[in-house]
Design a protein around this ligand. Structure first.
Ligand SMILES: [Zn+2]
Length: 487
């Protein structure tokens, strides 16, 4: 719904408490974060209104740009390198399946993003007929960051093991955006945000323990107000990725895991990162024509409030309506509310699309050169994320056997090498135990795994075919792979 009245002057954008409805977590901390900024800087409310009011122009521009792409597009775009910064205590790390489990989740999360942002989601058959024509395709793609800014190899994630819940932020309802996760020491510093999309996976605690994710996008950061904010997403670690029905929720996550286990927490938050908002306007249930707010887009109908759970409608055309359904004829919800958008608050399995204009805004912010179209007001500027799409070399993985940045361990030895049978692995000075060891053949097949739990270990390889193998040593915070020859 494009019609934005923004009738409240001077400040308070949000009308009601944002505390969780009974039985529901807070899917998204962005409205509360905005509210916190407004309390400190009332002018921010006007900035938010201007940002949303500018979005229709971005969508319209990108539609035209795409239509003229043959003549206007001058440079290619590649997938955006994503780096996952994972900050857990040792028990949480074990529950994630160690580095093997984390790698699996990162892979599946990238797949979810690529499906959801490119009309490739397998559950699109659930889109009601009235919404089929609004099934948007942003064209934005993602890949694991396989090189750091210095050219060192990376698996696309880095892990920091912390002692218990030592991220000490006041939390999203205390006025910050989880800074402690984003700085060296308590957390992990961002990689160059002009080249990488930074995602932090943490365990939200205390008054933030009901939160699933929170995002800072470029237009959220205002010099002099909150310039310490770092763009990117912080999300609940248990919701990283979607590895299918065999993906066992880590201990302690309760029932919240199950309706949010398809990787769409990051789909939703990434929508914010590309400057789009909740269709209901974060106004506590009001309609746009009665002092409510909106997402600034004309293909999401006016909507009163967030939608929770898994609303039912018939695929043949049934729709969901709410209190903003009827006003003037032009303000109806002809195809129902956009509760099936990734930007509403439903369960993961009830979300099926970005609308056409949601997708066009995100593409306009990302896939065209900065400054295109002359919309560079700083309220969400065309091409603001373009630099993220210009680094294809960062997506190229190192050959198997080459240590990654996070995998560097001085003092790790494997001997003898070459060997005729037994090898011994020792770690000196690293202060970490070997969790487990995998022996991988030159076809990439794991042929032997052992659990260790100490600083050294010996493995008998006699009986295995002679030849080259890779010994992958997994630690709490990464792994090292070395090549050996069995003679
Ligand atoms: Zn949100």
């Amino acid at each position: 719904m494009r019609k934005i009245l923004f009738g409240v002057v001077g400040g308070i954008l949000l009308h009601t408490s944002l505390s969780a409805q009974t039985g529901h977590p807070i899917r998204c901390g962005v409205p509360q974060m905005h509210q916190n900024i407004i309390v400190k800087h009332p002018e921010y409310a006007e900035k938010l209104r201007a940002q949303r009011a500018s979005l229709q122009g971005v969508a319209d521009f990108y539609r035209q740009y795409k239509a003229n792409a043959g003549s206007e597009r001058t440079t290619a775009v590649s997938a955006i390198p994503v780096i996952f910064h994972i900050i857990l205590d040792s028990a949480q790390f074990v529950n994630m399946g160690g580095t093997t489990g984390i790698a699996k989740r990162c892979d599946s999360q990238i797949a979810v993003l690529n499906h959801d942002f490119n009309r490739e989601n397998a559950d699109s058959f659930k889109i009601p007929s009235g919404w089929k024509s609004l099934y948007g395709n942003s064209g934005i793609r993602f890949g694991l960051a396989r090189k750091d800014a210095s050219g060192n190899c990376s698996p696309g994630y880095e892990v920091k093991i912390i002692a218990g819940n030592t991220l000490t932020d006041a939390g999203y309802d205390g006025g910050d955006e989880f800074t402690s996760a984003k700085v060296t020491g308590s957390g992990l510093a961002p990689w160059d945000n002009s080249k990488y999309y930074n995602v932090w996976c943490v365990n939200f605690t205390g008054s933030s323990s009901d939160l699933l994710g929170i995002t800072v996008c470029k237009s959220d950061v205002v010099a002099g107000w909150n310039s310490s904010y770092e763009v990117g997403v912080v999300m609940l670690y248990t919701l990283l990725g979607s590895t299918g029905p065999t993906n066992i929720p880590p201990a302690g996550t309760g029932s919240w895991y199950n309706p949010f286990n398809l990787g769409r927490t990051l789909t939703h938050e990434t929508g914010h990162f590309f400057e789009i908002w909740h269709p209901s306007g974060d106004d506590g249930g009001a309609c746009p024509w009665s002092s409510g707010f909106d997402d600034g887009l004309s293909d999401t109908p006016p909507q009163a409030d967030y939608t929770y759970g898994n609303p039912t409608y018939t695929i043949a055309g049934g729709t969901i309506h709410d209190g903003c359904e009827f006003n003037a004829a032009s303000e109806k919800q002809p195809v129902g509310i956009a509760c099936l958008s990734y930007m509403d608050y439903t369960d993961d399995n009830a979300m099926h699309l970005f609308t056409t204009m949601e997708a066009e805004v995100m593409a306009g912010m990302t896939l065209v050169p900065t400054g295109s179209g002359g919309i560079t007001s700083g309220t969400g500027s065309i091409g603001e994320n373009y630099s993220l799409t210009q680094n294809p070399s960062l997506l190229v993985a190192c050959p198997l056997g080459v240590s990654s940045t996070i995998e560097t361990r001085s003092g790790l030895s494997i001997y003898p090498n070459p060997t005729t049978g037994e090898i011994t692995i020792t770690v000196e000075g690293a202060g970490e135990q070997l969790n487990d060891i995998a022996i991988v053949n030159i076809l990439g097949q794991t042929v032997k795994t052992v659990s260790c739990g100490k600083e050294y270990y010996s493995i008998d390889l006699s009986g295995m075919s002679k030849g080259i193998y890779f010994v992958k040593c997994n630690f709490a915070s990464g792994s090292v792979t070395r090549k050996i020859l069995l003679q």
